[in-house]
Design a protein around this ligand. Structure first.
Ligand code: AMP
Ligand code: TRP
Length: 333
């Protein structure tokens, strides 16, 4: 049976290798299975939970669409749209915020990380962010949600909200309980400068990540400068677990080539990092450079990118408006 896929990416710039290996690469595979119905959402309402420059936001929305298409998502087959245009998302988020419990939200680790030390200064939106994410998913009766490992907890919350709503209003199966689709191995790509920190859009140092718009020289340079340790390449799993930077680079290689970890450990065991880094750069350039070139090309065709979003809006809005109407009836409006 085909799956109903939904996922979202925030248009906050600097889309990177973590986004690609953790999420977008899977979007492409799911899009290529003819039995699946896929919806990929540019989640601009989520983006404004932290301050955005309006002009940059506008550009980043187009860049996210360009990245989807350049990576291989076919807009004729999958729906690509931006969240803010489909009003049902904000509306459903409010209604579901009356189902979600504050105790559930207060356990969300992403909020704690993003709000930092001064939680009082974080926006209310940043706190209720996972409820909006639940609305996104539940409006489309999504069965499967491909995301990176960092979104696992938000998906569990979404399942709890769906279950509680179905129970509270005695509407069995009204909301479909979605399954997460998370890579089994290397579901979290780490910073090139610190193997214990997630590769992130907001990290100040550009050397910490491979951006999907980087050119060959930038990729090669970043891998050359990537942090390693003074020992030769690891040879066992135990060794790998003690050496986060080595593990991350090997993980990236394995995710890109599909090569099994055993084989990789065998091949590079005891060698120095420079040989491996050369191989890794080559693999990265082969995969990322065509995407990077295509993103730049597509960004020159704003009319094409905007058309994808308006076509996507029409299709998404039909489904979401229908669901929100039913939600109104259920809650008694
Ligand atoms: P975001 O940019 O936060 O909207 O994330 C978009 C998608 O990329 C989500 O599915 C994230 O889980 C995934 N993602 C973000 N950073 C990483 C990372 N460092 N490793 C793996 N997946 C990631
Ligand atoms: N919170 C997700 C992230 O930052 C993005 C997102 C918003 C999302 N709505 C979603 C992902 C719905 C999957 C499904 O990565």
């Amino acid at each position: 049976m085909g799956k109903k896929i939904f996922s979202g990416v925030q248009p906050t710039g600097n889309l990177h290798l973590g986004n690609y290996l953790g999420a977008i690469k899977n979007f492409v595979d799911l899009n290529n299975d003819k039995d699946n119905e896929c919806i990929f959402c540019v989640v601009d309402l989520h983006a404004i939970t932290v301050k955005q420059n309006p002009n940059e936001l506008k550009n980043n929305i187009r860049e996210t669409v360009a990245t989807f298409v350049a990576s291989g998502i076919n807009p004729e087959k999958s729906i690509i749209f931006n969240q803010s245009k489909v009003r049902a998302h904000s509306e459903a988020a409010w209604i579901l915020s009356c189902t979600a419990r504050t105790g559930w939200l207060s356990r969300m680790t992403q909020f704690k990380e993003k709000a930092g030390k001064d939680k009082e200064k974080a926006s209310v939106g940043l706190y209720s962010y996972p409820v909006l994410m639940a609305a996104d998913i539940l409006l489309y009766d999504s069965t499967h949600v491909p995301v990176g490992d960092d979104q696992k907890q938000h998906l569990e919350l979404c399942r709890d909200i769906a279950q509680k709503f179905n129970n509270d209003f005695e509407v069995d199966n009204f909301f479909t309980i979605p399954e997460p689709l998370i890579q089994k191995e290397f579901s979290r790509i780490m910073s090139l400068k610190d193997g214990t920190k997630k590769m992130s859009k907001s990290e100040l140092s550009d050397l910490s990540r491979i951006n999907l718009t980087d050119d060959a020289d930038q990729i090669i340079n970043k891998i050359k400068k990537a942090k390693t340790d003074p020992q030769p390449m690891p040879s066992t799993y135990e060794d790998l677990d003690k050496r986060p930077e080595a593990k991350n680079l090997i993980g990236i290689y394995s995710s890109l080539t599909g090569m099994k970890l055993d084989k990789l450990l065998n091949e590079f065991s005891g060698k120095n990092f420079s040989d491996f880094k050369e191989n890794l750069s080559q693999v990265l350039v082969e995969r990322i450079l065509p995407i990077s070139k295509e993103i730049k090309k597509l960004l020159n065709d704003k009319i094409f990118l905007d058309k994808i979003l308006t076509d996507g809006f029409e299709k998404a809005d039909k489904v979401a408006s229908n669901k929100i109407k039913k939600i109104h009836e259920i809650v008694g409006f």
